[in-house]
Design a protein around this ligand. Structure first.
Ligand SMILES: Nc1ncnc2c1ncn2[C@@H]1O[C@H](COP(=O)(O)OP(=O)(O)OP(=O)(O)O)[C@@H](O)[C@H]1O
Ligand SMILES: [Mg+2]
Length: 242
Protein backbone atom coordinates (compact mmCIF):
# COMPACT_ATOMS: atom_id res chain seq x y z
CA UNK A 1 0.00 0.00 0.00
CA UNK A 2 1.34 3.41 -0.79
CA UNK A 3 -0.24 6.24 1.12
CA UNK A 4 0.08 9.92 1.82
CA UNK A 5 -0.52 12.63 -0.66
CA UNK A 6 0.44 16.22 -1.24
CA UNK A 7 -0.51 18.50 -4.03
CA UNK A 8 2.29 19.10 -6.50
CA UNK A 9 2.81 22.85 -6.69
CA UNK A 10 2.99 22.81 -10.47
CA UNK A 11 0.30 20.33 -11.37
CA UNK A 12 -2.83 18.73 -10.08
CA UNK A 13 -1.09 15.34 -9.71
CA UNK A 14 -1.03 13.89 -6.22
CA UNK A 15 2.42 13.16 -4.89
CA UNK A 16 3.27 9.90 -3.23
CA UNK A 17 4.71 10.63 0.18
CA UNK A 18 4.53 7.36 2.10
CA UNK A 19 4.84 3.66 1.44
CA UNK A 20 3.19 0.98 3.53
CA UNK A 21 3.83 -2.70 2.90
CA UNK A 22 1.36 -5.02 4.57
CA UNK A 23 1.03 -8.80 4.38
CA UNK A 24 3.17 -8.93 1.28
CA UNK A 25 4.25 -12.39 0.15
CA UNK A 26 5.47 -13.14 -3.34
CA UNK A 27 6.29 -16.26 -5.22
CA UNK A 28 8.02 -16.87 -8.50
CA UNK A 29 7.30 -20.10 -10.33
CA UNK A 30 9.58 -22.86 -9.09
CA UNK A 31 10.90 -20.75 -6.18
CA UNK A 32 9.94 -20.68 -2.49
CA UNK A 33 7.54 -17.98 -1.28
CA UNK A 34 9.15 -14.79 -0.06
CA UNK A 35 7.23 -13.25 2.86
CA UNK A 36 8.00 -9.66 3.85
CA UNK A 37 7.59 -7.89 7.18
CA UNK A 38 4.95 -5.18 7.45
CA UNK A 39 6.56 -1.78 7.38
CA UNK A 40 5.94 1.85 6.53
CA UNK A 41 8.35 4.23 4.93
CA UNK A 42 7.41 7.72 5.97
CA UNK A 43 7.71 10.93 4.04
CA UNK A 44 11.30 11.89 3.32
CA UNK A 45 12.76 8.83 5.04
CA UNK A 46 16.00 7.30 3.82
CA UNK A 47 15.91 3.54 4.22
CA UNK A 48 18.73 1.10 3.67
CA UNK A 49 17.59 -2.35 2.56
CA UNK A 50 20.10 -5.10 3.28
CA UNK A 51 20.21 -8.87 3.42
CA UNK A 52 21.97 -11.83 1.90
CA UNK A 53 21.82 -12.67 -1.75
CA UNK A 54 18.47 -14.17 -2.71
CA UNK A 55 16.52 -12.88 0.30
CA UNK A 56 14.21 -10.86 -1.96
CA UNK A 57 15.54 -7.29 -1.93
CA UNK A 58 15.30 -6.67 -5.67
CA UNK A 59 11.94 -8.44 -5.75
CA UNK A 60 10.62 -6.05 -3.08
CA UNK A 61 11.50 -2.99 -5.17
CA UNK A 62 9.89 -4.56 -8.21
CA UNK A 63 6.78 -5.25 -6.11
CA UNK A 64 6.64 -1.63 -4.98
CA UNK A 65 6.72 -0.65 -8.63
CA UNK A 66 3.90 -2.94 -9.63
CA UNK A 67 1.99 -4.89 -7.06
CA UNK A 68 0.70 -2.53 -4.46
CA UNK A 69 -2.26 -0.26 -3.83
CA UNK A 70 -1.69 3.46 -3.62
CA UNK A 71 -3.75 5.48 -1.14
CA UNK A 72 -3.97 9.17 -0.35
CA UNK A 73 -3.86 10.76 3.10
CA UNK A 74 -7.56 10.13 3.75
CA UNK A 75 -7.34 6.49 2.73
CA UNK A 76 -8.79 6.71 -0.76
CA UNK A 77 -7.16 4.62 -3.42
CA UNK A 78 -5.40 6.78 -5.98
CA UNK A 79 -4.23 6.01 -9.45
CA UNK A 80 -0.57 5.30 -9.21
CA UNK A 81 1.67 7.49 -11.22
CA UNK A 82 4.79 5.40 -11.62
CA UNK A 83 6.47 8.33 -13.31
CA UNK A 84 6.84 9.72 -9.78
CA UNK A 85 9.00 6.78 -8.73
CA UNK A 86 12.60 6.71 -9.82
CA UNK A 87 13.96 3.19 -10.14
CA UNK A 88 17.59 2.27 -10.57
CA UNK A 89 17.73 -1.40 -11.48
CA UNK A 90 20.47 -3.75 -10.31
CA UNK A 91 21.76 -4.10 -13.87
CA UNK A 92 21.27 -0.64 -15.36
CA UNK A 93 21.85 -0.20 -19.06
CA UNK A 94 23.56 2.60 -20.95
CA UNK A 95 22.95 3.15 -24.64
CA UNK A 96 25.67 3.71 -27.23
CA UNK A 97 25.56 7.51 -27.20
CA UNK A 98 27.78 10.02 -25.41
CA UNK A 99 28.05 10.18 -21.64
CA UNK A 100 26.12 13.46 -21.80
CA UNK A 101 23.31 11.92 -23.83
CA UNK A 102 23.13 8.99 -21.44
CA UNK A 103 22.65 11.42 -18.57
CA UNK A 104 20.05 13.76 -20.06
CA UNK A 105 18.48 11.03 -22.21
CA UNK A 106 18.47 13.23 -25.30
CA UNK A 107 16.71 16.12 -23.55
CA UNK A 108 19.18 18.60 -25.00
CA UNK A 109 17.69 21.50 -23.09
CA UNK A 110 19.13 19.89 -19.94
CA UNK A 111 22.77 19.95 -21.09
CA UNK A 112 23.51 23.03 -18.99
CA UNK A 113 22.81 20.98 -15.85
CA UNK A 114 25.49 18.41 -16.62
CA UNK A 115 28.45 19.95 -14.68
CA UNK A 116 26.33 20.20 -11.55
CA UNK A 117 25.14 16.59 -11.98
CA UNK A 118 28.68 15.28 -12.47
CA UNK A 119 29.62 16.90 -9.19
CA UNK A 120 26.69 15.40 -7.26
CA UNK A 121 27.53 11.87 -8.31
CA UNK A 122 31.33 12.19 -8.04
CA UNK A 123 31.81 11.68 -11.77
CA UNK A 124 33.79 14.86 -12.52
CA UNK A 125 37.27 13.38 -12.12
CA UNK A 126 36.40 10.30 -14.18
CA UNK A 127 35.08 12.41 -17.03
CA UNK A 128 38.13 14.69 -17.01
CA UNK A 129 40.31 11.67 -17.70
CA UNK A 130 38.53 11.06 -21.02
CA UNK A 131 39.96 13.31 -23.79
CA UNK A 132 36.44 13.95 -25.09
CA UNK A 133 35.00 14.52 -21.60
CA UNK A 134 31.21 14.16 -21.46
CA UNK A 135 31.18 13.82 -25.25
CA UNK A 136 32.95 10.45 -24.93
CA UNK A 137 30.87 7.82 -26.71
CA UNK A 138 29.92 4.88 -24.52
CA UNK A 139 31.22 1.80 -26.28
CA UNK A 140 29.15 -1.16 -25.14
CA UNK A 141 31.50 -3.68 -26.79
CA UNK A 142 34.78 -2.26 -25.51
CA UNK A 143 33.47 -1.44 -22.03
CA UNK A 144 35.30 1.90 -22.08
CA UNK A 145 33.48 2.90 -18.89
CA UNK A 146 34.12 0.93 -15.72
CA UNK A 147 31.24 -0.59 -13.76
CA UNK A 148 31.49 2.21 -11.20
CA UNK A 149 31.53 4.91 -13.87
CA UNK A 150 28.44 3.38 -15.47
CA UNK A 151 26.68 3.44 -12.11
CA UNK A 152 27.56 7.11 -11.66
CA UNK A 153 26.11 7.93 -15.09
CA UNK A 154 22.88 6.18 -14.08
CA UNK A 155 22.81 8.08 -10.79
CA UNK A 156 23.29 11.36 -12.65
CA UNK A 157 20.46 10.39 -15.01
CA UNK A 158 18.20 9.85 -12.01
CA UNK A 159 19.06 13.33 -10.76
CA UNK A 160 17.90 14.86 -14.04
CA UNK A 161 14.36 13.70 -13.63
CA UNK A 162 13.25 14.88 -10.25
CA UNK A 163 11.40 12.08 -8.47
CA UNK A 164 10.36 12.43 -4.87
CA UNK A 165 10.46 8.68 -4.45
CA UNK A 166 13.57 6.77 -5.49
CA UNK A 167 14.23 3.05 -5.34
CA UNK A 168 17.88 2.15 -5.87
CA UNK A 169 19.02 -1.43 -6.30
CA UNK A 170 22.76 -1.69 -5.59
CA UNK A 171 23.20 1.78 -7.04
CA UNK A 172 26.72 2.28 -5.72
CA UNK A 173 28.07 -1.28 -5.38
CA UNK A 174 30.67 -0.96 -8.14
CA UNK A 175 31.93 2.49 -7.14
CA UNK A 176 35.29 2.85 -5.37
CA UNK A 177 35.72 3.38 -1.65
CA UNK A 178 35.27 7.11 -0.98
CA UNK A 179 32.71 8.20 -3.58
CA UNK A 180 29.71 6.19 -2.28
CA UNK A 181 29.81 8.01 1.06
CA UNK A 182 29.81 11.41 -0.69
CA UNK A 183 27.00 10.35 -3.02
CA UNK A 184 24.92 9.01 -0.12
CA UNK A 185 25.61 12.16 1.91
CA UNK A 186 24.18 14.17 -0.96
CA UNK A 187 21.15 11.86 -1.38
CA UNK A 188 20.23 11.92 2.31
CA UNK A 189 20.42 15.72 2.30
CA UNK A 190 17.52 15.86 -0.19
CA UNK A 191 13.79 15.77 0.60
CA UNK A 192 13.31 12.56 -1.35
CA UNK A 193 12.05 9.26 -0.04
CA UNK A 194 14.84 6.82 -0.73
CA UNK A 195 15.01 3.05 -0.45
CA UNK A 196 18.50 1.88 -1.29
CA UNK A 197 19.70 -1.70 -1.43
CA UNK A 198 23.33 -2.21 -0.56
CA UNK A 199 25.76 -4.81 0.64
CA UNK A 200 28.75 -4.15 2.83
CA UNK A 201 28.31 -0.49 3.75
CA UNK A 202 30.39 0.36 6.79
CA UNK A 203 28.92 2.11 9.83
CA UNK A 204 29.88 5.57 8.59
CA UNK A 205 27.49 5.07 5.69
CA UNK A 206 24.73 3.01 7.32
CA UNK A 207 24.56 5.69 10.03
CA UNK A 208 23.51 8.24 7.41
CA UNK A 209 20.19 6.44 6.86
CA UNK A 210 17.13 6.87 9.04
CA UNK A 211 16.53 3.14 9.15
CA UNK A 212 17.76 -0.21 7.99
CA UNK A 213 15.49 -3.04 6.94
CA UNK A 214 17.38 -6.29 6.93
CA UNK A 215 15.88 -9.30 5.22
CA UNK A 216 17.14 -12.57 6.57
CA UNK A 217 15.61 -15.37 4.63
CA UNK A 218 15.85 -19.00 5.57
CA UNK A 219 13.63 -20.29 2.85
CA UNK A 220 12.26 -23.74 2.53
CA UNK A 221 9.52 -24.66 0.09
CA UNK A 222 6.80 -23.34 2.37
CA UNK A 223 8.55 -21.35 5.06
CA UNK A 224 10.31 -18.01 5.01
CA UNK A 225 11.43 -16.04 8.00
CA UNK A 226 12.45 -12.40 8.00
CA UNK A 227 13.70 -9.95 10.58
CA UNK A 228 12.90 -6.28 10.44
CA UNK A 229 15.78 -4.46 11.99
CA UNK A 230 15.58 -0.85 13.07
CA UNK A 231 18.75 1.17 13.04
CA UNK A 232 20.51 2.74 15.99
CA UNK A 233 17.58 5.17 16.28
CA UNK A 234 15.30 2.30 17.29
CA UNK A 235 17.32 -0.38 18.99
CA UNK A 236 14.37 -2.73 18.79
CA UNK A 237 14.37 -5.88 16.71
CA UNK A 238 11.04 -7.29 15.65
CA UNK A 239 10.99 -10.72 14.15
CA UNK A 240 8.42 -11.96 11.71
CA UNK A 241 7.58 -15.58 11.14
CA UNK A 242 5.34 -16.59 8.30
N1 LIG B 1 12.57 -13.94 -12.49
C1 LIG B 1 12.67 -14.85 -11.52
N2 LIG B 1 12.16 -16.09 -11.68
C2 LIG B 1 12.23 -17.02 -10.71
N3 LIG B 1 12.82 -16.80 -9.51
C3 LIG B 1 13.36 -15.59 -9.30
C4 LIG B 1 13.33 -14.56 -10.29
N4 LIG B 1 13.96 -13.46 -9.80
C5 LIG B 1 14.37 -13.80 -8.56
N5 LIG B 1 14.01 -15.08 -8.26
C6 LIG B 1 14.26 -15.78 -7.00
O1 LIG B 1 13.69 -15.00 -5.95
C7 LIG B 1 14.58 -14.93 -4.84
C8 LIG B 1 14.86 -13.47 -4.51
O2 LIG B 1 15.59 -12.88 -5.59
P1 LIG B 1 16.04 -11.34 -5.55
O3 LIG B 1 16.61 -11.02 -6.88
O4 LIG B 1 14.91 -10.51 -5.07
O5 LIG B 1 17.17 -11.40 -4.43
P2 LIG B 1 18.14 -10.26 -3.87
O6 LIG B 1 17.92 -10.16 -2.39
O7 LIG B 1 17.95 -9.01 -4.65
O8 LIG B 1 19.58 -10.90 -4.14
P3 LIG B 1 20.98 -10.18 -4.59
O9 LIG B 1 21.56 -9.56 -3.34
O10 LIG B 1 21.81 -11.33 -5.05
O11 LIG B 1 20.71 -9.18 -5.66
C9 LIG B 1 15.81 -15.75 -5.22
O12 LIG B 1 15.67 -17.01 -4.63
C10 LIG B 1 15.74 -15.85 -6.72
O13 LIG B 1 16.25 -17.09 -7.16
MG1 LIG C 1 19.14 -8.02 -6.01
Amino acid sequence: MIAGVEKDKNSSAELISQIEVENLALKYDHSPEIAYPNFTINEGEKVLLTGDSGTGKSTLLKAILGEIIYKNDVGDQITRDLKQIGYLAQDPKLFPGTIADNIVMLHHELYAKIPQLLNKVQLEADVMRFPAGVETVVDLDQDNLSGGQRQKVILAREEVFYNNFVLMDEATGAIDSKAPKKIIEYLVSTDKNIVLIAHNFDERITGLFDREIQLTGRSSLTLSCFYFLFSKFHSKIISFHV
